[in-house]
Design a protein around this ligand. Sequence first.
Ligand code: TYD
Ligand code: MG
Length: 459
Amino acid sequence: MAAKAKTAFFCRNCGFESPKWQGKCPSCAEWNTFTEEVIERPDDKEVWKDEKPDKKGNFPLALDEIAAGDIQRIATGDLELNRTLGGGIVPGSLVLVGGEPGIGKSTLMLQLAIELKKLKVLYVSGEESEQQIKMRADRLKGKNANLFISTEVAINKLFKQIKQLGPELVIIDSIQTLVSDFVDSTAGSIAQIKECAGQLMRYAKESNVPVFIIGHINKEGYIAGPKILEHMVDCVLQFEGDRNYTHRILRTIKNRFGSTSEIGIYKMEGDGLQQVNNPSELLITEKEEPLSGVAIAATMEGMRPMLIEVQALVSPAVYGNPQRTATGFDLRRMSMLLAVLEKRGGFAFGNKDVFLNIAGGLRVEDPAIDLSIACALLSSISDIALPLNICFAAEVGLSGELRGVSRIEQRITEAEKLGFDTIYISKHNMKSLNVAKYKIEIKAAGKMEQIYKELFAEG
Ligand code: TYD
Ligand code: MG
């Protein structure tokens, strides 16, 4: 009797597995996301019963017998990429680089390929022709005799090329263009992406060659072929930024070999991506004289301190309902801060339009930015400009109390490095701080009230 293939249904959105088809995913509540996939082929044997004990080799090792040995990483010329990967490329690792179309993934990877002259690199592109890639490389002003370009999208043929060439690093641009003939569906379908990524994973592990795969993010913000792909790879890097601005952030979402709080920062220029080693300089606009509604926050992006500019505009609401807009900051959190200022400080925002903007198109989730937001709002509503050389780092609580924030030393050091004269922090951060160490003046307060008495009291 021929055994039947065993199948199961997987949610395309979250990867939830179910023995039968369902209209609505019980895990993520999305509709119509289940697809059927083979999980066991008919010729699979009853592995558990059929296998004989393994007499030679291939036996589990005692933990004590395993030599520790640090992972030997390949350092690239790109310090930002090394940082996000946790110190360089790990041999045999599979790295997914996700991002919206047009953000610069191909540029980032081609640049990496050109700059890694010590390795034989194979760059596989199903998105562009050899000529287009050559033109891009010329634009990046890069030459590398050790870099090979392929436009093969059939994965079995690609592996033939790989066997012939023997690359030491493989880049796939993008996973959505690859096809395997094991699977019937079209390129870019979940089944294809899963199959191809699985084959690349096996290749990477068995050959010890690191593989980077580029994956486009669809409009919902998932890397297409979504969670399944993220689970399969060792490392997920997300390339993001606002296309209207030049800077780009490479963020670690998952890393089996390092921390996930690292970020790399780049600037997209006419001749490729430039590493930004000092992001604060990019994010604070040069000003001759103080402007009202502007405050500087000493924030952290991952492990990196960064000074950024917060801009607020508070004006009488002329069109009936007051408007509230926040760009780069959580709108609900802004409403909370407005309520605190209103209730504890008596400032009337109720009939005012409030617009808030984080300069440079950055999105900030660090709570330490609260105090600068509150100050930018107060500066705008009272039309009193803050002095140019002050900055802030504290969280604001519901009763207007200033809370301590993480990594205060790093924030202070960064502010000092950039020439600020004064930083306002929470008094709760003072305990562990050696104030004598810094040249910058550190002012500590326990409540919002002290801040507005000091900075916005008129006369
Ligand atoms: P690209 O790497 O093609 O994006 P992705 O692979 O993520 O879809 O980059 C696309 C944008 O970058 C495109 O709008 C042109 C711009 N660009 C530069 O500004 N400078 C450059 O040197 C290059 C190569 C591209
Ligand atoms: Mg591309």
